[in-house]
Design a protein around this ligand. Structure first.
Ligand code: NAD
Length: 250
């Protein structure tokens, strides 16, 4: 494995579990010095450096980003990955739940980016990657609030890419499909028959299986790396063909 990211520093939000943890570990494997910012960073093993913050708390985010940048000696790569889910139609969630999910999923990206921008501007290889979702574009049933939040992350990615391109900061996002992470594990555990639900979920994927966290991490690390130096303002689907393919004929 090449140390293509040697000398670069990365900060991954939501980096203590699932996609964020796989991304932080892969960034470190490729040679980057990596910090994770999480509600509970204890799930992130060495050599990852853990910083505690809720991305919905402006002051906590600002302090954690500054502490991470000081520990790392700067920030070249920011992965805005922390996010929470919400099920239901527009009738199902009260305003308070809309505010909470938008606060974490959308404003969380805004806050962390705002605090990291001074460090990114000082980098000669600056990149932001946002974890979006196929929910941003697919019209998923029973996901009104979550889809609205990820639609905003997609739009924000494009706007941020335009705003910061001449500062040498690239901004892209990944659109994962259904990924085998503790998040999906929790949803399956809540089902009446988790094994049957898992088999049905696998069968619904065009590939016949869920996306792995490692596959999403590989896409994020590519977009964050100098190899993607001319790629900005894009969304890379990592969804097993979910968004682009027609259902198989029976
Ligand atoms: P996960 O639950 O395994 O990990 C999420 C991590 O984010 C956890 O470590 C959690 O502590 C942290 N986190 C949650 N809220 C936070 C907050 N307010 N402040 C700081 N940290 C917080 O989830 P995952 O499946 O790895 O999801 C990561 C991202 O990927 C999310 O943005 C999610 O929307 C997105 N995504 C997931 C899937 C999927 O199927 N798993 C699909 C598409 C997009």
């Amino acid at each position: 494995m090449t140390a293509e990211l040697a000398g670069l520093s990365a900060l991954v939000t939501g980096g203590a579990s699932g996609i964020g943890l796989a991304t932080a570990l892969l960034l470190a494997e490729r040679g980057a010095d990596v910090a994770v910012l999480d509600l509970d960073p204890s799930g992130a093993p060495a050599p990852l450096r853990g910083f505690t913050a809720d991305v919905s708390d402006h002051d906590a985010v600002h302090c954690a980003v500054r502490a991470a940048a000081e520990a790392l000696g700067g920030i070249d790569i920011l992965v805005n990955n922390a996010g929470i889910g919400a099920a239901g139609t527009v009738e199902d969630n009260p305003d308070a739940q809309w505010h909470r999910v938008l606060d974490v999923n959308v404003l969380g990206v805004v806050r962390t980016t705002r605090s990291a921008l001074p460090y990114l501007r000082a980098s000669s290889s600056a990149a932001i990657v946002n974890t979006c979702s196929i929910a941003a574009t697919a019209g998923l049933p029973q996901r009104a609030l979550y889809s609205a939040s990820k639609g905003a992350v997609l739009s924000l990615t494009l706007a941020m890419a335009a705003d910061h391109v001449r500062e040498g900061i690239r901004v892209n996002c990944v659109n994962p499909g259904t990924v085998d992470t503790p998040w999906v594990g929790r949803l399956l555990d809540a089902a009446a028959d988790p094994a049957a639900e898992r088999a049905a979920l696998d069968a619904r994927q065009p590939t016949g299986r869920l996306v792995t966290a490692a596959e999403v991490a590989a896409a994020i690390v590519y977009l964050a790396s100098p190899a993607a130096g001319s790629t900005t303002g894009t969304a890379l689907a990592v969804d097993g063909g979910m968004a682009g393919l027609r259902p198989r004929p029976e």
